[in-house]
Design a protein around this ligand. Structure first.
Ligand code: SF4
Ligand code: FES
Length: 239
């Protein structure tokens, strides 16, 4: 039996490996599907829903859904792009995102998606939640105002025994990200930097380090998010 299947994304036929996730097949073919909770090399969770596509007419998350022969996928449509924009808006109103004073400005995937989807004033009311900033860790500042609960830090940052440094604390709307105090002191500078880099927003910030690259010269200051735009910019030598 062949290990290669044929799928169609927005009318374009592409080949994919059997069992490959729709997102990975699309990315390999240069087709952009937005992501937030997904992170290359880390098991997908399907929690943010921004990668939603229609598979044979049904909404599915592209990061968790494996391809199968003959799949017909809708991706870059007005309906889906508005849904994605609504998800970005929900994340903005649900937290307190002050982009101009954030160390991740220009490197933040949420901010970059807001620009990509031309977010102006969100269609939902701001909730202005009261959340704390936790600077008690020796290497990281946790700004709960900016956390979008994507779990990337939980899934990507482990010690040498595979034990997670990060976990969720509390439940429901009170849930916050927590650093396990029992192994916290084992967090190396490299792991702290990796945690900051893995976080798609500015919820994890390295202590005593920042603004190495000035605002205005950062990744998404130069080019909009998305492999379709980024690949073109690379070819043209813009980035
Ligand atoms: S701290 Fe960052 S990586 Fe961790 S759950 Fe929050 S947004 Fe995601
Ligand atoms: S990127 Fe697929 S659900 Fe978040």
């Amino acid at each position: 039996m062949s290990d290669v299947v044929t799928i169609t994304i927005d009318g374009v036929e592409i080949k994919a490996e059997k069992g490959q996730k729709i997102l990975d097949a699309a990315t390999k073919a240069g087709i952009y599907i937005p992501t937030l909770c997904n992170f290359e090399g880390v098991k997908p969770k399907g929690s943010c829903r921004i990668c939603s596509v229609l598979v044979n007419g049904r909404p599915m998350t592209a990061c968790t859904t494996p391809v199968s022969e003959g799949m017909v996928i809708e991706n870059d449509t007005e309906y889906l792009n508005d849904l994605r924009k609504a998800i970005v808006e929900i994340m903005f109103v649900e937290g307190n995102h002050m982009c101009p004073v954030c160390e991740r400005s220009g490197n933040c995937e949420l901010q970059a998606l807001a620009y990509r989807y031309l977010m102006m004033v969100p269609r939902f009311p701001y909730l202005f939640p009261t959340r704390d900033i936790d600077a008690s860790h020796p290497k990281l500042i946790k700004d709960h105002d900016r956390c979008i609960l994507c779990k990337r830090c939980i899934r990507a940052i482990q010690d040498e025994n595979g034990k997670n440094f990060f976990a969720f604390k509390r439940r429901g709307y009170k849930v916050t990200i927590n650093i396990d105090p029992s192994i916290s002191e084992k967090m190396t500078d490299e792991l702290a930097q990796k945690a900051m880099d893995v976080c798609p927003v500015g919820a994890l910030i390295r202590k005593e380090k920042g603004y190495d690259v000035p605002i205005g010269k950062r990744k998404y200051d130069k080019v909009r998010i998305g492999n379709d735009i980024e690949n073109k910019a690379k070819k043209e030598g813009v980035v």
